[in-house]
Ligand binder design. Structure first.
Ligand code: NAD
Length: 249
């Protein structure tokens, strides 16, 4: 029996990076995976690869989020895991003095409001079942800030962390665990895009990671699979750091 055998798992941002690696890992562990992504090329490709279902959705749009969870339930009969992971990188100059209000709002919409919407529409299914695991992707910057000036991004991830703690406490007695995943820097298209804008930034970041390298997306996926599974039955409301030691350095 595999750890996630027949669990129905909805993953947002499943077309790339951490979401894609987690879709693969969940499928390996026996889950039925619903791949949610805005991107109509990578989303269906991910679903095809893991033998799952693709739902095109913009996670900032409530009707899309409702449709994603309803499709998962209607197709497979439950919603056991929600990995609310879709996110965007900060705008080019994301210092408090430079970030414009539109850029700030966009980052909050995609990184934070989306998590509010996904939790809001996943929890009713889990409540009826009396169980469920929600994993929301925050970031190590939510616990330690960032010296590289990414105020809208850091604030959005701090919000994800606080929301996850509150929901973890609030729904614990109903069998729903909610955790914030806090990855350190991970080698994905999002990170590469960020470093392409500022190549020296990669080197500056690297020296602060005690393990001396960026994470592979599969290493983050392993932690998500743990949080999704019954192996994490006593873990809720946590800030789950998978960061190569960066927050402790
Ligand atoms: P990525 O860019 O590789 O993948 C993000 C995916 O989300 C893409 O497939 C994209 O199409 C999708 N997406 C973006 N906006 C969407 C929307 N509105 N609706 C639906 N789908 C949308 O990024 P990644 O590095 O895998 O990041 C995943 C999450 O991890 C993000 O929340 C990110 O902030 C967080 N994170 C990443 C790192 C890192 O170093 N890569 C570190 C800490 C946290």
């Amino acid at each position: 029996m595999q750890r996630l055998q027949d669990r129905v798992a909805v993953i947002t941002g499943a077309g790339s990076g951490i979401g894609l690696a987690t879709a693969r890992r969940f499928a390996e562990e026996g889950a039925r995976v619903v791949c949610v992504d805005l991107d109509e090329a990578s989303g269906p490709a991910a679903a095809a690869e893991v033998g799952g279902l693709y739902v095109k959705a913009d996670v900032t749009v409530e009707e899309d989020v409702v449709r994603a969870f309803r499709t998962a339930f209607d197709t497979y009969g439950s919603v056991d895991v929600a990995f609310n992971n879709a996110g965007i990188s900060p705008p080019e100059d994301d210092s408090i003095l430079e970030t414009g209000i539109d850029a700030w709002r966009r980052v909050q919409e995609v990184n934070l409001t989306s998590v509010y919407l996904c939790c809001k529409h996943a929890i009713p299914y889990m409540r009826r079942q009396g169980k469920g695991s929600i994993i929301n992707t925050a970031s190590f910057v939510a616990v330690m800030g960032s010296a590289t000036s990414q105020i809208s991004y850091t604030a959005s991830k701090g919000g994800v962390l606080a929301m996850s703690r509150e929901l973890g406490v609030q729904f614990a007695r109903e069998g729903i665990r909610v955790n914030a995943l806090c990855p350190g820097p991970v080698d994905t298209p999002l990170l590469r895009e960020l470093f392409a804008k500022d190549p020296e930034r990669a080197q500056r970041r690297l020296v602060h990671i005690p393990l001396g390298r960026f994470a592979e997306a599969s290493e983050i996926a392993a932690a998500v699979a743990f949080l999704a599974s019954d192996d994490a039955s006593f873990v809720t409301g946590s800030e789950f750091l998978v960061d190569g030691g960066i927050s402790g350095a």
